[in-house]
Design a protein around this ligand. Structure first.
Ligand code: SAH
Length: 377
């Protein structure tokens, strides 16, 4: 899964722009500017709870086109004390997407950046410095840190296990004689089995009793532990928004090409692979990694955006816009907070806006000393 998505030559994310109506899928920041603005409100509230530190690292994991961060900075640009404290760090493996993010943030490169040093630029949206990195580990330590991960965890590689006469065996991929791919079961324990054991330890027995298949995501567990340790020491917090379950995930790995589900093994690298995020496993990983963090949620995206005031924001935007913009705001609002098909839709049936408000969830991991983050009280 990791190779298919991030291989430097053939990875799905590497050479192309896969977002939007023309691409393979559309995400919340691309649906409406309100999404990034609301995440900005969350980040500012956290910064207030941190005691308005003078210098803060604002990290985004997997920023896609950079739309969320651009909307966040534009929305926050009037709050100078906040924006002046920020150094933005974009964690992105794809050079093509790094370029797009640079454009979205309207960046100007600093002249004295030398070869070999991480590129550093200035975003003209709010006058904030921006750096790019391939991994979270490369973001400098020592400053309070706000981390945002929207649809990042669902791209991390999962391992699937199946229960059979030999107990739990990992599903692996094999090459057949005619050079096509097929699934097979591992004859012996694999390295990921250690993570499966850990996941079982956290599960309620009745959660797994009936299951014949289970997914674990070692990368998600390790990333959470890295991030929680950093927040425990440096202060700050992380916001994770994704689709998933607050418990064990059985069988969710899927492939999407041009907005349609396709076979996972069909032409790898040409379709997006993603899996449900197991929020319970994130919570346990964070709590196990650091005694200095607390974990909040998950709550639904609808609750999260609603409590942060998206209703007021949409009303304000509707006051001053064209009919066409009003239509886009209404459908965008539904996509972000609604549940299922929009009841007010009068356009073509195949284009009916589908609400992501319940399927998507938000979770926060914060330094305990800062109290409970908004809006998780
Ligand atoms: N957050 C964006 C994009 C989501 S798609 C949005 O909501 O629109 C996933 C993003 O994570 C892409 O930018 C992809 O290139 C990046 N990504 C995926 N796996 C990664 C990895 N292992 N390391 C760094 N970036 C990764």
């Amino acid at each position: 899964m990791e190779e298919v998505l991030t291989n430097p030559k053939a990875g799905f994310y590497i050479n192309r722009d896969i977002f939007g109506a023309e691409g393979d899928f559309i995400t919340s920041p691309e649906v409406s500017q309100m999404f990034g603005e609301m995440v900005g409100v969350w980040a500012m509230c956290l910064w207030e709870q941190m005691g308005q530190p003078k210098r803060v690292n604002l990290v985004e994991l997997g920023p896609g086109r950079g739309t969320l961060m651009a909307d966040l900075l534009r929305g926050a640009s009037k709050f100078k004390n906040f924006t002046e404290s920020l150094h933005i760090h974009m964690v992105e493996c794809s050079p093509a997407l790094q370029k797009l993010q640079h454009q979205s943030l309207k960046c100007m490169d600093e002249e004295n950046t030398s070869e070999g040093v991480d590129k550093r630029s200035l975003s003209t949206l709010a006058g904030t410095p921006v750096s790019w990195h391939a991994t979270l580990e490369q973001v400098p330590f020592g400053l309070p840190t706000i981390i945002i991960a929207h649809e990042f965890y669902d791209a991390l590689p999962v391992h699937q296990f199946q229960r059979g006469s030999r107990g739990w065996c990992e599903k692996m991929i094999d090459v057949t004689e005619d050079s096509s791919f097929r699934f097979v079961l591992s004859p012996q324990p694999t390295p990921a089995t250690l993570y499966l054991m850990k996941r079982f330890k956290w599960a309620v027995p009745k959660e797994v009793e009936k299951l014949n298949q289970i997914e674990v995501c070692p990368k998600a567990m390790d990333l959470t532990s890295t991030l929680a340790k950093r927040i425990g020491v440096d202060r700050g917090g992380a916001l994770i928004i994704d689709y998933g379950l607050n418990g064990v995930v059985s069988d969710s790995l899927q492939a999407i090409r041009k907005h349609k589900f396709v076979n996972i093994l069909d032409n790898p690298g040409s379709a997006d692979l993603s899996a449900y995020v197991d929020f319970a496993s994130i919570k346990h990983s964070a709590e196990e990694a650091s005694d200095d963090v607390s974990v909040h949620g998950p709550i639904t995206q609808s609750q999260f955006l609603g409590s942060l005031g998206i209703n007021f924001r949409v009303e304000a935007l509707l006051q001053n816009c064209t009919d066409e913009q009003a239509e886009a705001l209404r459908t965008g609002y539904w996509r972000l907070v609604g549940d299922g098909e929009a009841p007010f839709w009068e356009g073509p049936e195949e284009q009916v806006p589908i609400g992501m408000g319940i399927r998507y969830m938000a979770m926060a991991i914060v330094n305990k000393k800062q109290g409970i983050p908004i809006p998780f009280q």
